[in-house]
Design a protein around this ligand. Structure first.
Ligand SMILES: Cc1cc2nc3c(=O)[nH]c(=O)nc-3n(C[C@H](O)[C@H](O)[C@H](O)COP(=O)(O)O)c2cc1C
Length: 307
């Protein structure tokens, strides 16, 4: 991506893709609020793109500091499209209102419209996951809910190590509370929450074991400390004290010195195969946008839910 040193104040689409508008270059056309909204939307896309690509340090800093949006807000104010008392803090973009003026869309409250959604929920998850990447410390962290055979629920965080058309994979101790609940009742729900984006994604379905060969391959990529830790802990069982764990780690380090640490049999991969999804976007005044995906002939049916 070719980006000059001048401050970028906007972007627009041309035949070749996104073209940047420079502070001293072509002025933006503010004749129509709708056009302006489109420009701001593009700028925010470009900002996220630049942040994720780390394309140019200078532009990155400008974008990161929100100066691109600030410049557009200043221009909108100059064009008398905004009220004088308008506060640009935390602004994601601007939205054209019915009276031809501009309304404010905060960073965490951008609209989610049916047309924004990918018909394939997996691709939709991937798009949101990638947007969360630069903004959230562990975007792969999700709450996992399981239940006993008679329906008593429990929930805890896990790391969803990968997802693809087969489902979403996490790893845990088969003898843990969640492992035992999954053995008795192989259904679960996952919930991602990406606060800086004001988004949550709910996924529900049945859970199946990941084949051992696949899990072995993944275990081999884990840091040695985590591999030893997996052997050392009978997850969810009572322990006398921390000293007991540390003694066990020391014993295992001695036992495996100079050799690879094999995957313990109880350290397993689990794959949640989605049967229902929900994508939730925070909006102002509790009027959030929610869309549920459910299986339909050859694909997924999408419906809007009340917030
Ligand atoms: C961000 C985060 C990620 C975690 N990831 C995992 C994980 O991938 N697998 C796991 O077994 N426990 C993970 N844990 C620990 C679990 O939340 C939980 O304490 C543990 O699995 C025991 O749960 P259980 O007794 O309900 O089986 C994670 C905790 C946090 C806070």
């Amino acid at each position: 991506m070719l980006v000059g040193r001048e401050a970028v104040v906007g972007a627009r689409l041309d035949e070749d893709g996104v073209a940047f508008l420079h502070r001293h270059g072509r002025p933006l056309d503010f004749q129509h609020a709708a056009t302006f909204e489109h420009e701001v939307h593009l700028v925010v896309c470009v900002r996220l793109l630049a942040v994720s690509l780390r394309c140019d340090e200078h532009v990155h800093a400008e974008l990161e500091a929100g100066r691109v949006v600030d410049d557009l807000v200043a221009a909108a104010r100059g064009a008398k499209l905004l009220d004088d008392g308008f506060d640009a803090e935390g602004v994601h973009g601007l939205d054209a209102t019915a009276n031809g003026r501009l309304g404010v869309v905060s960073e965490r409250a951008r609209p989610l419209r049916r047309g924004d959604l990918d018909p394939d929920p997996l691709r939709q998850l991937r798009a949101w996951f990638e947007e969360a990447g630069p903004l959230v410390r562990a975007p792969e962290a999700a709450a996992l809910a399981t239940a006993t055979a008679d329906g008593a629920p429990s929930v805890r965080m896990v790391l969803v190590q990968r997802f693809d058309e087969r489902g979403l994979v996490f790893h845990t101790h088969a003898g843990s509370r969640k492992g035992e609940e999954l053995a008795a009742n192989p259904r679960a729900a996952l919930l991602y929450h990406w606060d800086p984006l004001g988004r949550q994604v709910r996924i529900e379905g049945r859970v199946e074991p990941v084949p051992d060969t696949e899990t072995d391959g993944y275990f081999a990529t884990r840091p040695r400390g985590a591999q030893i830790g997996a052997h050392a802990s009978r997850q969810s069982a009572p322990v006398e004290g921390r000293a007991e764990l540390e003694r066990r780690v020391a014993e295992l380090e001695a036992a495996y010195e100079g050799r690879d640490v094999p995957r313990p049999d109880w350290w397993r991969g689990y794959r949640l195969v989605p049967e229902a999804w929900e994508f939730w976007q925070h909006r102002e005044s509790r009027l959030h946008d929610r869309f549920r995906y459910r299986p339909a002939a050859g694909g997924w049916a999408v419906e809007r839910l009340a917030p």
